[in-house]
Ligand binder design. Structure first.
Ligand code: AP5
Ligand code: MG
Length: 210
């Protein structure tokens, strides 16, 4: 199965992708996590992407399309995968089509902008695997430690309130048009992402069974 999670920054794409990945036993390919890994290890691509990410802009299409092309060719993706944070522009969606990737479902997690700010300020992510937590809504079992990989939990630089405003603007301008793109292909399901993590998961799994 090939699934895309769409939604505003902080809508819960990473959280739901992580849960669905375990349930369906297929990997999640998170473009944000790939970027943050490149930043942390200081690769040339990471250095280029840093300025874009930390100011809340999108990394240029040709860079992320090149990365996704390589990643999806890996062996673990041969029985399906979940895309979290890709595509985010129409040219990126067209690039997936050109690669001959047949998408089964696109889940749009719908959360209003006003709820996003609150989620971002409380978010912590694993330094090692990128899994997201929230201090109040989705705390780890042990404070400051990732349930999955035992990595240290840190706050993302682009979660500063001012940067979040930029990311939301970029989302509305460049990513939201993807809803119509996939609606016209008949594969879009919009779900309410304002419920608890568990209730949102139930809606996601229901949409995947449709
Ligand atoms: P990326 O990391 O993908 O950022 P994003 O889309 O802005 O998404 P987030 O990770 O912020 O949100 P999420 O939807 O995953 O929410 P989460 O589950 O963590 O990308 C970062 C940057 O990299 C981009 O800005 C861009 O520069 C670059 N980039 C990445 N992909 C790119 C691409 N394709 N093209 C170009 N550039 C690209 O949840 C958020 C918080 O809410 C967490 O704390 C969580 O615990 C909590 N939460 C989740 N669900 C609930 C719930 N139901 N109730 C209460 N709290 C909840
Ligand atoms: Mg994420």
């Amino acid at each position: 199965m090939i699934i895309i999670f769409l939604g505003a920054p902080g809508a819960g794409k990473g959280t739901q992708a992580e849960i669905a990945s375990k349930k369906l036993a297929i990997p999640t390919v998170s473009m944000g996590n790939i970027m943050r890994e490149a930043l942390a290890t200081g690769t040339q691509m990471g250095l280029k992407a840093k300025e874009f990410i930390e100011s809340g802009k999108l990394v240029p299409d040709e860079v992320v399309i090149g990365i996704i092309n390589e990643r999806l060719a890996d062996d673990d993706c041969k029985n399906g995968f979940i895309l979290d944070g890709f595509p985010r522009t129409i040219p990126q969606a067209q690039a997936l089509d050109k690669m001959g990737i047949k998408i089964d479902k696109v889940i749009d997690i719908d959360v209003p902008d006003k709820v996003i700010q609150d989620r971002m300020s409380g978010r912590r992510v694993s330094m090692s695997c990128g899994a997201p937590y929230h201090l109040a809504y989705n705390p780890p079992e042990v404070e400051g430690v990732c349930n999955s990989c035992s990595g240290k939990l840190i706050q993302r630089k682009d979660d500063l309130a001012e940067t979040v405003i930029n990311r939301l603007k970029v989302y509305h301008e460049q990513t939201e048009p993807l809803k119509d793109y996939y609606k016209s292909q008949g594969i879009l399901s919009v779900i309410n992402g304002q419920e608890s993590v568990e209730d949102t998961t139930a809606l996601v799994l229901g949409a995947l069974e449709d």
